[in-house]
Design a protein around this ligand. Structure first.
Ligand code: ARG
Length: 468
């Protein structure tokens, strides 16, 4: 039985009480099919689980269920082949699919929506989609971590300047710096895992908002769809989108971390730094300046983070004033989630590619690491250890040494035992510290410190973590 999908009077799904169909603008503002067609697989899976359950408890016949299953499998194959048709008059993915099902199998299709509403249907579809998205994001971040660990292992001994206030502070190892991002990524994954665990409950069977008078089995649909349990309260099930918001906050936090690394790469690639060279594949040229090599991918990762945060804000603002239960505002939950996912997936892939392929200019990093009296803290620590000075006093003495070196135009490594004795007679011990950048990083063996020994341990532990 074919259904006339054109603008022929009232809507075929809910138009029983309507004389006229919606006007063009109403149809356009109401339609979500242009974006929610992305839920087609989840929608079909949800309908199959619902129909199986309806048959198993005797609400529909096994024959009708068989037709529904056959029809939904056929719709799945059609969508896979040709995409989902965008019929604005059918509003959304739920009605487009049900309409096509009815064209294919006839009357049994009209029994599918028993004990169900689009409100619990869309909440179910969307949870399933976000669950899948989290699995893909997690796999992406894992790749990113592997790239970081790989490069950190290569550069466990290589020196770079560590900064505070963007001033050269103390030498660190490049491996240590990269492993800092590994740790951030690890927490990002753990946040997504928490989100996945909390969202994994089934709204299906909440119906419009109040539950249903039919003897449905919510545990059956929940477990068929891989949920841990049905959501306890039907109003909550159809009206909250905290799972989508939590996904967006996780995405925003991850994007923020990627953006910081992107920003560092942009700085490092600029001529005054000269710390890295991005490969051709990750650079773009200028249409006017032939010499240019721009880090556009990193800039876009930094830029995308802003858009992802905007997606999070968009849904928070949408939800904050809504009374229970469902309101159509909530249809606007999908575009920001889809947009944030797409931008994040691309950002993760781009950062993974850049980390894997960037060339680190070790000599330049080492040169800058040795500048700015970066081992002054090592001198102060040495005075504490060798002469038992209180740290505050050692700090003061070192300040005088730095001042003297500055006046002479030398580095700290040029100081002599006489210099020390001249500043403070108590230091006339004829001893001199190792103030090289290598000595400095090698000495920082405290747990979590920058010494190559600790970095190599961290890399080994991370490799083990990534394997498990
Ligand atoms: N397309 C709708 C959405 O995504 C489905 C739910 C519609 N429910 C309703 N009662 N109009 O929110």
């Amino acid at each position: 039985m074919a259904i006339d999908r054109r603008n022929s009077g009232s809507n075929s799904m809910w138009g029983g009480r309507f004389g006229d169909g919606p006007g063009d603008i109403m149809r356009e503002i109401n339609a979500s099919i242009p974006f929610d067609k992305r839920l087609w697989q989840e929608d079909i899976a949800g309908s199959k689980a619902h129909a199986d359950m309806l048959a198993s408890v005797g609400i529909i016949s096994n024959e009708d269920n068989a037709e529904i299953q056959r029809g939904l499998t056929a719709v799945h194959a059609e969508y896979q082949l040709n995409g989902v048709p965008e019929d604005l008059s059918l509003e959304d993915i739920h009605m487009v699919t049900e309409t096509r099902l009815r064209e294919l199998v006839g009357e049994p299709a009209a029994r599918l929506h028993t004990a169900r509403s689009r409100n619990d249907q869309v909440a179910t579809d969307f949870r399933l989609w976000v669950r899948g998205a989290i699995a893909r994001v997690d796999a992406g971040i894992r790749e990113f971590q592997s790239a970081l660990v790989e490069r950190a292992g290569e550069h466990a001994d290589n020196i770079m300047p560590g900064f505070t206030h963007l001033q050269v502070a103390q030498p660190v190892t490049l491996g240590h710096h990269l492993m800092a991002y590994y740790e951030m990524a690890k927490r990002d994954r753990s946040r997504f895992a928490d989100c996945a665990a909390r969202l994994n409950q089934s709204p299906l069977g909440a119906a419009a908002l109040a539950g249903t008078s039919f003897p449905i089995d919510r545990n059956a649909t929940a477990s068929a769809l891989g949920f841990d349990a049905p959501i306890a309260n039907s109003l909550d099930a159809v009206s909250d989108r905290d799972f989508a918001l939590e996904f967006l906050t996780c995405a925003a936090q991850t994007a923020l971390h990627l953006s910081r690394l992107a920003e560092e790469m942009i700085l490092w690639a600029s001529q005054p730094y000269g710390f890295i060279t991005l490969p051709d594949a990750w650079s773009t040229g200028s249409s006017i300046m032939p010499q240019k090599r721009n880090p556009d991918a990193a800039e876009l990762v930094r830029g995308h983070a802003g858009r992802i945060m905007g997606c999070m804000t968009s849904l928070m603002v949408t939800m904050k004033g809504l009374p229970l239960a469902y309101s159509k505002d909530m249809q606007n939950d999908k575009p920001p989630v889809f947009e944030a996912y797409d931008l994040l997936a691309l950002s993760i892939a781009a950062m993974t590619g850049m980390v894997s392929n960037v060339t680190f200019n070790g000599a330049r990093m080492r040169e800058v690491a040795a500048s700015g009296f970066s081992t002054a803290t090592d001198l102060a620590d040495w005075l504490v250890r060798e002469y038992g000075l209180p740290f505050r006093e050692a700090h003061h003495v070192t300040g005088s040494v730095v001042k003297a070196c500055e006046a002479r135009g030398t580095g700290l490594d040029a100081i002599t035992a006489e210099d020390l004795a001249a500043i403070n007679p108590a230091l006339a011990g004829n001893k001199l510290p190792d103030l090289s950048v290598d000595g400095s990083v090698a000495s920082r063996t405290s747990a979590g410190g920058t010494s190559p020994v600790r970095v190599k341990e961290a890399v080994a532990a991370a490799k083990k973590e990534l394997e498990s």
